[in-house]
Design a protein. Sequence first.
Lengths: 245, 271
Amino acid sequence: MHNIELLEKQWKRYQIKKYFPLIAVALFLLIGSIVFNMFDSKISNDSLISKQSNMIAAHKAYDKENLPFFTHGAIEIMEPAFSGHQALVAAVINQESNTTEEINDTNNTDRPAIAESKSNLSINNMQTDKEEYRKQKIKINLEQTTDINSITDVMRRFYESKDPNDSLFLAINYYEQNDYSKAFYWAIETNKITEDLEESWLIMAKSKAKMGDRNEAIRILRAYAAKTNSKKALDLLNQIETNQW
Amino acid sequence: MKNRFQIAKSAFVDAIDINEYIEIGSSYMVMTQLENVIQKPFKMVILFGRPGTGKSILLKNLFEQIKNQKEMHLFETPSSNKQEFLRQLFKAIKKEDSPLDADVDFVDLVNYCKSIKDQREIIFLLDEAQMYAIDIFEKIRLISDTNAVKFIISLHQHEKEELLTQTHFSSRIWERIELKNITPQEQAIYIHKKLSNKNLIDIANSIKDKNLKLIYKYTNGNYRECNKLMFTIFEICEYYDRYNPLKMMNINSIPNKIIEMAGLKLGYINA
């Protein structure tokens, strides 16, 4: 008779040996998938940041090459990393403005720290512009809201689809919130995609005017009016030139 | 009273016992082939295969089947030397003992064989022939030339191959029959029949397909290896049945654990 107890011990060792490769492979795959997921999410964040950096660089290049009337006022805008906290940082440095100060919104950690130029420009025609915009048929299906989540949703959608209606929506939205630097930024984004949206030009000019850069606003409106002979642009140009706006 | 597993393991004792012979597909084919060959004017037939493929029991079965129809002699154990072999031949052919104080005169024996041609047909079955020396093979060749004496030679594959391929030898070989390991299906039948012959139907039914697959994996369809493994499996079962009866009570199938333990014991697998 065999020594059964010894055989049983050997059998247990054999089972471990038999299933060790399977266990090892399973563990390897598990660890591999965890590492991959971590790495993948990091890559996604990095790629989004990189994408945004590229956009900013492109924006600068666009400023220099296509909008010579902006050259006296450099703009630096940092857009948020959407996957993390939705921090939106926009910095506008205007060479002609000495009133720049940083404003940190402490009410919501998700909201951006903003460097904003203050301006003393009037807002006489603000209400009129709003009404005109509402009359205009713009393909925006989203509700206009100041909810930061909705705004970031629109931003996210814009980065995915590059729909100028989305960027115009953001420009108008920020303008209505008196956040003129961001309004100007999103108007430029809109113009990069299409130069045919009149509202975008008007927001761009009005934002500049609100930020105290009246000359720049005039140059924008002249450029657009020369190109399209737009009545609205000419009216606004006239109002700004005559200090009635 | 014998434990049922004791009876089961006794079915797989590795012995050439014709009463334990299980005829399955491939062995039946070879048997039929041999029965046909011995009706022909052959000189030599070579039965070859790896150890444990059932050559010995097949020869014995042939001997038992034909011994009453033909003059047939089975040499199960090879002679240790040429003279002893010749004495065995002498005794079988002349039906008398050779003189103890003198060597067998081979030429005289050959002449005698020639003289009985067409009167007698003597068939020698030589098992384990790979153990015979080359000069004995030469004697076999010369005696087979008389056409009165014929040989069915069983030997391991690849042994004595050089000799058998030589023209003077190979020209006298009527047929070469190879015995191979059995298929999984044949092995399943073999195991089932072995147990059924001992009236152990319940144990036979408790060996399921998964068990048979594992048994085949270890034994590769070799009869001897199969017998060894089955014997060890039932030995382990016997132990559990005796010392840990709960483990073997109402058992519907033999656990693969027991087969693996037997495999470890016999060195088919290593821990």
